[in-house]
Design a protein around this ligand. Structure first.
Ligand SMILES: Cc1ncc(COP(=O)(O)O)c(C=O)c1O
Length: 447
């Protein structure tokens, strides 16, 4: 992995050392957090370029500072690519990340106190979809829909909630849902109650551009996305307005732009915008299409193998990039499972599962995804190995936990979990195998 740090080494060896260590950590671990990915070297160079020196408040041809000759061209090029890649009418590429992008949409089309209907956080939605601890649930009247007992979207129940609460905006989007969202069903519900339909495709945008996940463009009025997940760009976001959105409100593009600037943000990060433009160019290639197809093949192989090993997968499996395992049948909390896997260099995250009886800090599940490991070139053969390692480790820590008759209260203590992990021989053996695999699939910085 290229680290681009020779000058940092000279100026600030302490910081250079930390960056180098983090790069090494990424090289030597399996990146299986579904929202993470490896941006190409080209994207990383744009982010670290001179573009970060420039202030550019406003929009192309309407800036508040001089010196925008090339900046305007860069922003316009990225916007054009976004419009082409997603088949939309307008793209705002200035939102600084996914959360501010969603907030900008709410600022633009809602009044404080208006109603948002979004997927509950503990059922796979994002904080910004109306969680009471986020601005989306503090300044707006948020109502949450949940999954059915099988862990699947329940469109009839969503419709009933929409008819009851008459939201001004419905969010269709996911952070931890392993199946495809039916955009058309959401559109029918939104249209019935006259609501805006916002599709938050933060996790899905790369899959959509690759053509392996249905596009919400014909159904939603507004699409938001981060750019650093499956799209494999820099950390940033976009807000897009569709043809349907303009039909609902001809001023929607202008409303979104002025919500981002000046209502929410100041100067855009032009270095990030250039990185997004490069990522979009990379994503519109046949090579990226193959990458998208492989992400899903890998995820399905992993899901099948884990199921064969007795794991309970939320919604029964995966037809996307991510898998959510409900560990209740294994009698182990997500914290212990995720920490044990990390000790073997398999990095994923603990996660609540629908109808979780455990608190969010000690949830019953783990969430994993294949975008990062697929970027390194791993395929089905490697997924079979990884599934075996994951199940061997979890079986082993469950065995140790049971042998010591540890209660939930005891396992909640980090020191107890550390002891369990230190006593597992399986973890040590798997770590060696993971290191070998990582060496075989280096991070090359290509797209
Ligand atoms: C669906 C969804 N929307 C929005 C966000 C927020 O993005 P950010 O972390 O860049 O603010 C995330 C992040 O994970 C997400 O999954």
């Amino acid at each position: 992995m290229k680290t681009y740090i020779p000058q940092i080494k000279k100026v600030d060896p302490e910081m250079a050392d930390l960056i180098k260590k983090e790069c090494k950590r990424q090289e030597e671990t399996l990146m299986m957090i579904p929202s993470e990915n490896i941006a190409s070297e080209a994207v990383q160079q744009a982010v670290g370029s001179c573009l970060g020196n420039k202030y550019a408040e406003g929009y192309p041809n309407k800036r508040y500072y001089q010196g925008q000759e090339y900046i305007d061209l860069i922003e316009n090029l990225t916007k054009e690519r976004a419009v082409k890649a997603f088949g939309v009418v307008h793209a705002n590429v200035q939102a600084l990340s996914g959360s501010p992008a969603n907030l900008a949409v709410y600022l633009g089309v809602l009044k404080p106190g208006d109603t948002i209907l979004g997927l509950d956080l503990s059922h796979g939605g994002h904080l910004t979809h109306g969680s009471k601890v986020s601005t989306s649930g503090i300044y707006y009247n948020s109502v949450a829909y949940i999954l059915n007992k099988e862990g699947k979207m329940d469109y009839e129940a969503i419709e009933k909630l929409a008819l009851k609460h008459k939201p001004q905006l419905i969010v269709a989007g996911i952070t931890a849902y392993p199946l495809k969202v039916n955009w058309s069903k959401f559109a029918k519900i939104a249209d019935k109650v006259g609501a805006y339909l916002m599709a938050d495709v933060a996790h899905l945008s790369g899959l959509i551009v690759a053509g392996v996940y249905p596009s919400p463009a014909p159904y939603a009025h507004i699409i938001t996305t981060t750019t650093h997940k499956t799209l494999r760009g820099p950390r940033g976001a976009m807000i897009m307005v569709t043809k349907k959105g303009i039909k609902k409100n001809p001023d929607l593009a202008k409303i979104i732009d002025s919500a981002v600037f000046p209502r929410l943000q100041g100067g855009p990060h032009i270095n990030t915008i250039a990185g997004i433009g490069i990522a979009l160019k990379e994503a519109m290639t046949t090579r990226f299409k193959k990458y998208g197809e492989q992400i899903i093949k890998n995820s399905q192989t992993l899901a099948k193998e884990l199921k064969n090993r007795g794991f309970h997968l939320v919604a029964g499996g995966s037809n996307t990039h991510l898998i959510l395992i409900d560990l209740k049948n294994k009698d182990v909390i997500g914290n212990l499972a995720a920490e044990a896997l990390e000790a073997a260099n398999i990095v994923l995250n603990r996660n609540s599962v629908p109808f979780d009886s455990n608190p969010p800090f000690y949830p019953s599940g783990i969430r994993m995804g294949t975008p990062g490991i697929t970027s390194r070139g791993m395929k089905e053969k490697e997924m079979i190995k990884i599934a075996t390692w994951i199940s061997d480790i979890i079986d082993d820590i469950v065995r140790i936990q049971d042998k010591q008759e540890l209660s939930f209260a005891q396992v909640k203590k980090s020191s107890v979990r550390k002891k369990i992990i230190a006593s597992s021989k399986t973890i040590k053996e798997v770590k060696k195998e993971v290191l070998k695999l990582c060496k075989k699939f280096p991070i090359q910085g290509e797209y």
